[in-house]
Design a protein around this ligand. Structure first.
Ligand code: NZQ
Ligand code: ZN
Length: 391
C-alpha cells in the first residue's frame, strides 16, 4: 500500500430535519450573506426551497438567488453566479440540488477568488486559491459532489466536460436529508445509483496494491447500493433505502478513500461516459451503465492478467461461487448487466439513441488527453471497440 493523506473537511449533517442546522452551519463557517444557487425548480415544487429560505430568514442571513442551473451544468451558469456573488456582496455559497448544482457552485466558489477567466481554472492554466466557502443541501444521491473536492462543468460547442479539483472546493458542510430525495424521478434516482456504483468500481478495478481495507469496505458499499436501489425503485419513499443510497453516494467519493494507497487515478469509464453526455446531454449515470460491461470485457481481453480482480468482484459482490477466474469474471459482468437492466437502464447505445456514425468521433474525443485506464491502457481503437460492443 502506498502512502497517503486522508482528510475530509466536510461536516455531514445526515438525516431527517437536519435542515434546522443550516443557519448555524453557515454562521460557523463565516457566512453573513449567501448566494443561494439551485437548478430548474424541483426544489420549489417539493418544498425544499421553502425549508431553506425559512432557515436563512430565521438566522437573519440575507441571500441572492441564482436559479436555472441545468443538468450537465454549463459555463454560463458559473459566470452568472460569479457576477452575482460579487455584485451582491455575498461571502458564502449555498448549493441546493443534485450534482449539477453543487458542481456549478464549486466552480463559482473557485472563480470568486480569482480575477481572470473562469476557464483558466477549468483548463488548469490557473490554480484554485482563495475559493469562497461553500455549503450544500443535497436533493439527489449519485455524484458524491456533496463530500468531494471536484466538479464537472460542460464547456464550448463540443460540450466538453472539464473537471475541476481542489482541496479548497470541499463543501464546508453538507445537509443530507434522505426525505429530500423522495421526489427524484425514477430515471434520475436509478442513474444516480449507477453513478455511485461506478465510482466504487472505478476505484476498485486496479492492480492489486495490497489495499485490503479499502477494497473490502468498497465491496460492502457496492453490495449496499445493489441491495437498496431496487427498494427505491419499488417505493421511492422508503426512508432507509433512500438513506443508504444517499450515504453511499457521499462515502463513495469522500476523499477518494477507496483509491487511497493505490498509486494511480483510474476512472476510464467516466472519461468515455462523459463523451456520451457531451454528444447528446445523456444523463451521467446512464452513460456509465452503457459503457461499463463492454469496458470490463475489453479490459480482460486486452490484459488477461486483469481477470482475477474482475473474478474477485464477481465473488465478493455478487456471491458467484465459480472457481475458474475467467468464468467467474464473466458471470460477474452478466450479473452486473442484469442489475442495470433491473434498474431500468437502456440495454445498449442503440436503445439510448446514440447515432452509430458518431462512435469514431466519441472514441477520438475520449482519448483527447491521452490513453485511458490502468488495468489495460486504452487508445482510440480500444475505446472504439468498447463503444461498438456496447452498441
Ligand atoms: O434542476 P432541478 O430542477 O433541481 O432537477 C434535477 C435535474 O433535472 C432533478 N432533481 C434533483 N433533485 C431532485 C430532482 N427532482 C425532483 N426532486 C429532487 N429532490 O434531477 C435532475 C438531475 O439532476 P443533476 O444534478 O443533473 O444530477 P446528478 O446529481 O446526477 O449530477 C450530474 C452531474 O454531476 C457530474 C456529472 O458529470 C453531471 O454533470 N458529476 C460530478 C461529480 C463530482 N462532483 O464529483 C462526479 C460524477 O462522476 C459526475 O461526473
Ligand atoms: Zn460519476
Amino acid at each position: 500500500m502506498e502512502n497517503f493523506v486522508f482528510s475530509i473537511p466536510t461536516v455531514a449533517y445526515f438525516g431527517k430535519g437536519q435542515i434546522e442546522s443550516l443557519g448555524s452551519a453557515i454562521r460557523r463557517f463565516g457566512g453573513s450573506k449567501v448566494l443561494l444557487a439551485y437548478g430548474g425548480g424541483s426544489i420549489k415544487r417539493n418544498g425544499v426551497y421553502d425549508d431553506v429560505v425559512k432557515q436563512l430568514d430565521a438566522a437573519g442571513l440575507p441571500y441572492a438567488e441564482l436559479s436555472g442551473i441545468q443538468p450537465n451544468p454549463r459555463l454560463k451558469s458559473v459566470e452568472e453566479g460569479v457576477a452575482l456573488y460579487r455584485e451582491s456582496g455575498c461571502d458564502f455559497i449555498l448549493g441546493v440540488g443534485g450534482g449539477s448544482t453543487l458542481d456549478a457552485c464549486k466552480a463559482i466558489a473557485a472563480a470568486a477568488g480569482y480575477e481572470g477567466e473562469v476557464m483558466d481554472l477549468l483548463d488548469g492554466t490557473a490554480e484554485v486559491s482563495g475559493a469562497a466557502p461553500l455549503g450544500t443541501v443535497l436533493t439527489m444521491a449519485g455524484t458524491g459532489s456533496e463530500m468531494d473536492s471536484g466538479g464537472v462543468i460542460t464547456v464550448g460547442e463540443d460540450h466538453k466536460k472539464h473537471v475541476i479539483f481542489h482541496q479548497e472546493l470541499y463543501p464546508k458542510f453538507s445537509i443530507l436529508d434522505p426525505e429530500y430525495t423522495f421526489t427524484v424521478p425514477q430515471w434520475h434516482s436509478m442513474a444516480g445509483a449507477v453513478d455511485i456504483l461506478s465510482h466504487l468500481m472505478e476505484q476498485y478495478f486496479t492492480p492489486d496494491c495490497g489495499t485490503e481495507v479499502q477494497d473490502r469496505m468498497n465491496e460492502g458499499l457496492m453490495k449496499a447500493v445493489i441491495d437498496n436501489t431496487p427498494k427505491v425503485l419499488e417505493n421511492p419513499e422508503d426512508y432507509d433505502a433512500r438513506a443508504n443510497v444517499m450515504w453511499a453516494s457521499s462515502m463513495a467519493l469522500a476523499g477518494f478513500q477507496f483509491r487511497l494507497g493505490k498509486p494511480m487515478f483510474p476512472f476510464p469509464v467516466h472519461y468515455i461516459g462523459h463523451e456520451l453526455s457531451s454528444l447528446n446531454d445523456m444523463t451521467h449515470g446512464v452513460s456509465l451503465a452503457l459503457v461499463t460491461p463492454a469496458w470490463m470485457r475489453h479490459t480482460m481481453r486486452k490484459n488477461p492478467e486483469s481477470t482475477p480482480v474482475f473474478a474477485q468482484f464477481a465473488r465478493n459482490v455478487f456471491d458467484v461461487r465459480e472457481a475458474d477466474d475467467a468464468k467467474a469474471a464473466e458471470q460477474g459482468v452478466v450479473l452486473l448487466e442484469r442489475f442495470f437492466a433491473s434498474v431500468k437502464m437502456p440495454a445498449n447505445l442503440r436503445e439510448a439513441d446514440v447515432p452509430e456514425d458518431k462512435l469514431e468521433y466519441l472514441a477520438e474525443k475520449a482519448v483527447e488527453h491521452g490513453e485511458l485506464g490502468i488495468l489495460a491502457k486504452l487508445d482510440r481503437d480500444d475505446v472504439l471497440r468498447i463503444l461498438k460492443d456496447a452498441y
